[in-house]
Design a protein around this ligand. Structure first.
Ligand code: PRP
Ligand code: ADE
Length: 176
């Protein structure tokens, strides 16, 4: 069981037709609720990144905050939020993108990353890849070296992981 991605996959629930008809929503709350599977998930990321000389973890609003901030804490790194539009109080930069169900804009504080910093971008899930690509663009505009993008779940049928990798960004996902 220890650090077995199947252990993670088994604790992700699929909710049909939410938030709209046709969407198979992958719900990570059962995984987070179970202390053992939450710990296995975090350990998978920690072992992968502990020797990568990272400077910072960037987590995407909102579920990327849950996973990304714990990884940052475990690796003794700082955490910066990639937030939905209108939530950050200081000077921001923004990127708009398309979702599986709608469009959205993400923002970062303009002073959240220093040029050349080695950053891991974290979210819970890659569907169309729009969110991860927008987050990566923001980081690159701030001069970051985006070492990798990481997520718990990949939905390969939606083409996002392929698009992210085609952009030249390395992507790690724990399960499908
Ligand atoms: C979900 C998910 C990812 C994104 C993935 O977030 O948490 O951030 O969609 O989709 P994509 O690969 O097609 O861009 P959502 O925007 O639903 O926001 P939430 O985390 O606040 O629920
Ligand atoms: N974000 C975009 N598509 C999603 C899905 N199918 N499940 C959970 N989060 C998502």
């Amino acid at each position: 069981m220890f650090l077995d991605p199947n252990y993670i996959r088994d604790r992700i629930r699929t909710v049909p037709d939410w938030p709209e008809p046709g969407v198979q929503f992958r719900d990570i709350t059962p995984l987070l609720q179970d202390p053992r599977s939450f710990r296995v998930l975090i350990e998978l990321f920690v072992y992968r990144y502990m020797n990568q000389r990272l400077d910072l973890i960037a987590g995407i609003d909102a579920r990327g905050f849950i996973v990304g901030s714990v990884i940052a804490h475990e690796l003794n790194l700082g955490f910066v939020p990639v937030r939905k539009k209108g939530k950050l109080p200081f000077d921001t930069i923004a990127e708009q993108y398309a979702l599986e169900y709608g469009t959205s804009t993400v923002e970062m504080h303009a002073d959240s990353v220093r040029p050349g910093q080695r950053v891991l971008l974290v979210d819970d899930l890659v569907a169309t890849g729009g969110t991860m690509l927008a987050g990566s663009k923001l980081l690159q505009r701030l001069g970051a070296n985006v070492v990798e993008a990481a997520a718990v779940v990949d939905l390969p049928a939606l083409g996002g992981s392929k698009a992210v990798r085609a952009s030249g960004l390395s992507l790690y996902t724990v399960c499908e």
